[in-house]
Each structure stands twice: as structure tokens, then as C-alpha cells.
Design a protein around this ligand. Structure first.
Ligand SMILES: [Zn+2]
Length: 287
């Protein structure tokens, strides 16, 4: 299922489709001396669909009822989603009871005061053209919004041969100033993204040697992020904390000097496949 979302579709009396949030995992996470009995729910979902509708230009009747949010559909590639009207089946206006030509169909948004048709220029402003030059705004690297929003895809930023010096300078300026470059938008394959340009030093344990690299991390769309208060079990009201009781667990936690072993970041299924392959090769050699 896309977006890491699990939901059960329920048809209500009114015919609207609701998605019931179901837990992805139920169990106990042990943290130090604590046993946390919990359920896991997806934090992100499908962004609200754009309110654009196909409209018969003459009578302003909406031609297709787009599925009411929050149905979680398969993510369609952008090109498919923007399929030209011509390739669609014959469209009828339910009010005028006539078949419509492509030039009789516009796009609009339903509002309380009726359907508002969008002009060509307004529609064009919704298309993002790729740019050959984008400017990064500098912001603090530890901005709490990044952590709250979370990252999706990571891209490596590689210099062209003549730009190695600049690449290195940018790396050091960002690293030393503890700033990142905020890019909005960066259009990739016609899709507008919001990203963070940041310097990384990958420790030697990952690739055998330390690697300095500039990366572009795409931020999750805040429109896709669910308000935790809308997810089951969110504790809005918290019981009081007994500070004295926590002194020892805090001291114990501070004494922990664990470092992340990159092997532990690998999907355990991959590690298991490597193990199974090694065993199979050993077996075949013994014969
Ligand atoms: Zn009509």
C-alpha cells in the first residue's frame, strides 16, 4: 500500500467513504527499564485532493464528482493524473443533457457562492516548470520543523568537474555555520518538491571510508502529515511526572554510549538473504 497508510474503507449511511485508521503494529517497546505497550499508526497519508473539478463552461455544472477525501487511492504518476480531456470517454453535462466537446469543458472550484471557473492563466500557474536555477534559503540546521515533518527521498548533490571547489566551499560553509539550504520549489520530473540541501559526513563504518557529501533531502509534504490528535490513542492529557522517580532511569540512559551500527539500519530480510546465500554456497562447495 502506498504512503505507508493502512485503512479500512467504510461506507457510511450518507454514502461517503471513510477510512478507518488501523494499527500497523501492536506490541511492547522496551526502553531502558520501561515497557511501552503501544500500537503503531502511519503518520503520513494522502494529501487532500486539489479541489479542481471539470465544469461545463456554459452552465457551470460540475461534470465529475471527484471522490470525497479521505479515500486513499493508488498514487498515480503525474502524467496520468494530468491526462488530457480528449482521451477521456464522452462526457455529458447532467444539467443540459448534451454531450460535450473538449472546448466546452473548463476547470473550476466549487465554493459556497457557486462554481468559479478558472482562467487559462490561473490554470497555468498550477503547473510547475522545471527551473535550471534555484536559490537555497539558509536556515538553522536544527530547525525543529524538519524533525517534525520528516524526510522522504534523499538525493546526492554532485558537482560538475569545474565546480568541485565551489562544492567543497558550500559543504564547509553549511557545515561550519550549521545551516542548511531550503529549496522551495525544486521541480523534478514535473513534480514540485520542497527540499533541504545539507552537508553530511558518512562515518567510515558505512562504506569503509569516511565520505563527505552534499545531499538534498526531500521534506514530507506537511499536507500529508496527519495531526497526531486525529489518530487513535493520542494522549492529549498527560498524567503528572514524578521527577524523583525518573532520576535513576535518566542517569542510566545518560550512561548509555550506544553507537549506531549501520548493519542495524539494513532491512533484516536483506541480511537474512545474505546469510542464506552464504550457507547455500558453502553447501555446494562441500559436495
Ligand atoms: Zn451544462
Amino acid at each position: 500500500m502506498p504512503w505507508g497508510c493502512r485503512g479500512e474503507r467504510i461506507l457510511t449511511k450518507g454514502g461517503t467513504v471513510m477510512v478507518k485508521t488501523t494499527a500497523e503494529w501492536t506490541g511492547v517497546i522496551v526502553v531502558g527499564s520501561f515497557e511501552l505497550d503501544c500500537r503503531l499508526f502511519g503518520a503520513t497519508g494522502r494529501a487532500k485532493p486539489l479541489p479542481l473539478k471539470m465544469v461545463h463552461i456554459d452552465c457551470k455544472t460540475v461534470l465529475e464528482e471527484e471522490a470525497a477525501e479521505p479515500i486513499e487511492k493508488e498514487e498515480k504518476p503525474e502524467s496520468e493524473a494530468a491526462a488530457p480531456i480528449e482521451t477521456r470517454e464522452q462526457i455529458f453535462c447532467p444539467k443540459c443533457q448534451i454531450p460535450l466537446r473538449a472546448d466546452q469543458i473548463g476547470r473550476g472550484i466549487e465554493t459556497e457562492v457557486g462554481t468559479i471557473l478558472l482562467l487559462e492563466t490561473e490554470l497555468n500557474s498550477l503547473e510547475f516548470e522545471p527551473a535550471k536555477r534555484v536559490t537555497a534559503n539558509l536556515i538553522a540546521a536544527d530547525d525543529p520543523t524538519f524533525t517534525a515533518t520528516g524526510f522522504g527521498r534523499r538525493l546526492y548533490v554532485m558537482p560538475k568537474p569545474a565546480a568541485v571547489g565551489t562544492w567543497n566551499q558550500v559543504f564547509h560553509v553549511l557545515k561550519e555555520s550549521q545551516r542548511v539550504g531550503f529549496l522551495n520549489p525544486i521541480v523534478i520530473k514535473r513534480k514540485a518538491n520542497v527540499g533541504i540541501l545539507r552537508p553530511l559526513v558518512v562515518p567510515a563504518i558505512v562504506f569503509g571510508e569516511e565520505r563527505a557529501i552534499l545531499v538534498l533531502d526531500m521534506l514530507n509534504d506537511t499536507d500529508c502529515l496527519k495531526d497526531p490528535a486525529s489518530v487513535p490513542d493520542y494522549p492529549r492529557i498527560l498524567p503528572p511526572i514524578n521527577v524523583a522517580e525518573l532520576a535513576k532511569p535518566i542517569a542510566d540512559a545518560q550512561a548509555a554510549i550506544g553507537r549506531l551500527d549501520p548493519e542495524r539500519c539494513v532491512n533484516p530480510k536483506r541480511i537474512q538473504i545474505k546469510k542464506v546465500l552464504t550457507q547455500a554456497m558453502e553447501r555446494s562447495l562441500k559436495r
